[in-house]
Design a protein around this ligand. Structure first.
Ligand code: GDP
Ligand code: MG
Length: 164
């Protein structure tokens, strides 16, 4: 059966934007407000000669007791369980924050292959150097992307496909 790829990360980093960029259709809702994707959303995708199922998730918010956020966390945990490969997405504009590290710990425990994407690198000249900080997560090479501008998506999918 087709491999399953789950996009995981805290709210507002650009998961749904990336999902739509890969799926090629605006399936997922993109909002400025954190926490808008409240269901897992699936799409059948193709990259080169490979077919896979992509899952968008609500953001993980490890510290929150809020009901919606804890439901989203549950959704993400289900997606982690279902996934063959996890795309862990972060935001270069906000830099590496504490909740990224907490999400990363969850992912490490899953023992699934994780590909680290650093999103919102709309300009390498402007933000390229800020990507290096994400090496501190200790999960390998960060892939710089701009989901909104569809930059770096091919490199990201190449890194994902290594694990198929
Ligand atoms: P999610 O909560 O992780 O699903 O994040 P969304 O996909 O809903 O995006 C949150 C916000 O970040 C929206 O305002 C997007 O337009 C914006 N965004 C997403 N990707 C990029 C990007 O590559 N560059 C910039 N500048 N903004 C982005
Ligand atoms: Mg979303």
């Amino acid at each position: 059966s087709k491999p399953v790829v789950a996009i995981i990360g805290r709210p507002n980093v650009g998961k749904s934007t990336l999902f739509n960029a890969i799926a090629g259709e605006p399936i997922s809702i993109v909002k400025d407000t954190p926490g808008v994707t409240r269901d897992r959303i699936y799409a059948d995708c193709t990259w080169l000669d490979m077919n896979f199922t992509l899952i968008d998730t609500g953001g993980i918010e490890p510290e929150s007791s809020d009901v919606i956020l804890s439901q989203m966390r549950e959704q993400a945990e289900i997606a982690i369980e279902t996934a063959d490969v996890i795309v862990f997405i972060t935001d270069v504009r906000q830099g590496l924050v504490d909740s990224d590290s907490k999400v990363c710990d969850m992912l490490r425990k899953s023992r699934k292959p994780v590909v680290l994407a650093v999103n919102k690198v709309d300009s390498i000249a402007k933000f390229g150097n800020d990507v290096y900080e994400f090496y501190n997560l200790g999960i390998g090479d960060p892939v710089a992307i701009s989901a909104a501008s569809r930059l770096g998506i091919g490199d990201l999918l190449d890194a994902v496909a290594v694990h198929f």
